[in-house]
Design a protein around this ligand. Sequence first.
Ligand SMILES: [Zn+2]
Length: 158
Amino acid sequence: MSDPGTIARQDSPAFDVDGMLGRLAKWLRILGFDTAFPLSAPSEWRFFVTTRKGAHSPGVIRVFGGTIEEQLREVFDRAGIDPDPDRVFSRCLVCNAVVEEVPRDSIEGKVPAHVFSTKSTFHRCPQCGRVYWEGSHEAKVRKRLEGMGIFVAGESGL
Ligand SMILES: [Zn+2]
């Protein structure tokens, strides 16, 4: 197990999230962090996030909070990092791969017609092929992030 400082100094810290914390794992992915879930065993070079007692080794982050806001705050405080607004919506929420912007023409017929006609920016997951665009869900996510002091510009991906 590496020491937390070393993990936090990586270009982008990565997390393994315990099975009980699925919503937290999803939010870490929304924020663009490499997040493996579910995973029950710590691995080197990654923070291990858990609610379990007795997890005191370096690199292990135990969360106590009941809300996503509280849990994210605990993770960032313990990891000594701040989320990077540029990385929000940069990962596939299903398989954790970094999504790529794709030409609008290339996804015609692959998303609903009303989406294709109203949206200009699309991203695709290279692993599972899922296409992301900005929708009302992302506006809600952005609002909630703002409540946590994380500000993300519009039309930023998902
Ligand atoms: Zn995917």
